[in-house]
Design a protein around this ligand. Structure first.
Ligand code: PLZ
Length: 449
């Protein structure tokens, strides 16, 4: 990876801190917001963005921050990627909406063709397009129930699948996602996940033991013949970038195959080159029956998809799936540009390179600081889990403090994890190498105090 700015040279690719962060203009806007925007919607770092591209976000006070979040794994090809922006502008001048269910257009078909081509497995596939990750997951569950005639859905500890009624139910963590928002949707069952760092008998045994436990519980508590689908993130996102231990996903997929249960991969956060493969399932050669995608698919325009085996997708009656905006033409053009950028720019390789830079530096940092209990992830989806020294007790306070120090120095990092004790890094795949290294310098300094 070179230090050239692949997103064009519009914005200097530099960290520049010229005020306190947030600065006076952002603080003013934050006050205005408090009077207008419901407080239920939070912001990790309330700097008000005016411009972004490559590896930086520029705020209303003129600060240029290193972006290690990509708007939660969305702007993988760079913010306002020139090819995406050009395609969207051109489309905006022609038509902005027809509703695909009213009068269709070619770009929707082309995005589906691409999804069918690039998702794991050589079998015949079909896709639908919707607006958000939650909507994709929710539709995948609807399709799985329809196709199997069964109701139960199995999810895992630490899983995150969205904020709608069904996907909130599928999500593991109570605060902030579920508290007070019940009652939840029925027929959702949660199983243990192969979490290597916290597996009681150690990471070596974790994959097979966790799979055996999950399979035993599914069999005993639900009955395999009642299960429509098992839904899993191949690397958990909001749960703290937990990579299920080796062997776990293939064992679960095999169990599903043997019992007519559909295996749904939630690749919303992991998809589109983020982990160094086009989809994270490829790492262990798992071929899902259905895949939910969103985020990185369209460079920031709202788009999501469900792609699945043709025999499953073809079952649902005409008119059974859809929505006013699903596969909006602006978003479809953006997605076509994103896919060209990923494939021509070999962004899977770039993601791997990002991991090769980050992992050794973070492991060296962990060797110096007992508070870093685990360093993990693949490609450009990397995290560290913070604990109280000498224990595995989560340390959410230190996690928040390190994030605050990074923010103050102009590096946007995100937190995650059931216990709020994970710092996660999701740089745009096009981040210039010098900025990535500078971001890591700042993280190291934040640990130094
Ligand atoms: N599945 C695996 O990561 C979204 C959530 C941000 P939507 N993750 C970011 C927040 O706090 O709301 C996500 C995900 C996985 C589904 C979703 C849901 O995607 O596009 O946010 O609906």
């Amino acid at each position: 990876m070179t230090s050239q700015n692949l997103s064009g040279d519009r914005l200097p690719q530099e960290r520049r801190v010229v005020t306190e962060i947030p600065g006076p203009r952002s603080r003013e806007l934050q006050e205005r917001r408090a009077a207008a925007v419901a407080p239920g919607v939070g912001s990790v770092l309330p700097v008000y963005v005016t411009d972004a591209g490559g590896g930086v976000l520029v705020d209303a006070d003129g600060n240029s921050l290193i972006d290690l979040g990509s708007g939660i794994a969305v702007t993988s090809v760079g913010n306002a990627n020139p090819r995406v922006a050009a395609r969207v502008k051109e489309q905006a001048d022609r038509f902005t909406h027809t509703c695909f269910m009213v009068a269709p257009y070619e770009s929707y078909v082309a995005v589906c063709e691409n999804l069918n081509r690039i998702t794991p497995g050589e079998h015949e596939k079909r896709s639908i397009l919707v607006n958000s990750g939650a909507e994709a997951v929710e539709n995948a569950v609807k399709i799985a129930r329809y196709a199997t005639g069964r109701q139960a859905v199995v999810v895992f500890d630490h899983g995150y699948h969205g904020r709608t009624l069904l996907t909130m139910t599928l999500t593991a963590k109570n605060m902030p996602y579920k508290q007070g928002f019940g009652p939840y949707a029925p027929e959702v069952y949660r199983m243990p996940l192969a979490y290597p760092f916290r597996w009681p008998t150690g990471p070596e045994n974790c994959g097979p033991e966790a799979a055996a436990q999950a399979i035993d519980q599914i069999t005993k508590q639900i009955g395999a013949s009642n299960v429509a689908a098992v839904l899993v993130e191949p690397i958990q996102g909001e749960g703290g970038f937990i990579e299920p231990a080796a062997g776990f996903l293939p064992a679960i997929a095999e169990f599903c195959r043997a019992h007519g249960i559909l295996f749904i991969a939630d690749e919303v956060q992991t998809g589109f080159a983020r982990t160094g493969d086009m989809f994270a399932c490829e790492h262990e050669g798992v071929v899902p029956d259905l895949v939910a995608t969103a985020k990185g698919i369209a460079g920031g325009l709202p788009l999501a998809g469900v792609t699945g085996r043709a025999d499953i997708m073809d079952k649902v009656h005409g008119g059974g799936l859809g929505g006013t905006y699903g596969g909006n033409p602006l978003a479809c053009e953006a997605a076509l540009a994103v896919l060209e950028e990923i494939e021509e720019g070999k962004l899977t390789e770039r993601a791997r390179r990002i991991g090769e830079i980050m992992l050794p530096r973070l492991r060296a940092l962990a060797a110096k600081h007992e508070a870093i209990g685990d360093v993990r992830g693949r490609g450009a989806m990397i995290a560290i889990e913070l604990v109280r020294p000498g224990t595995k007790d989560p340390d959410p306070e230190l996690t928040a403090e390190i994030a605050r120090r990074c923010h103050a120095q102009g590096v946007l990092v995100l937190t995650a994890g059931t216990y709020g004790n994970v710092l996660r890094f999701l740089p745009p795949l096009v981040i210039p190498e010098h900025l990535l290294n500078e971001g890591l310098d700042v993280i190291e300094e934040a640990f130094a105090g």
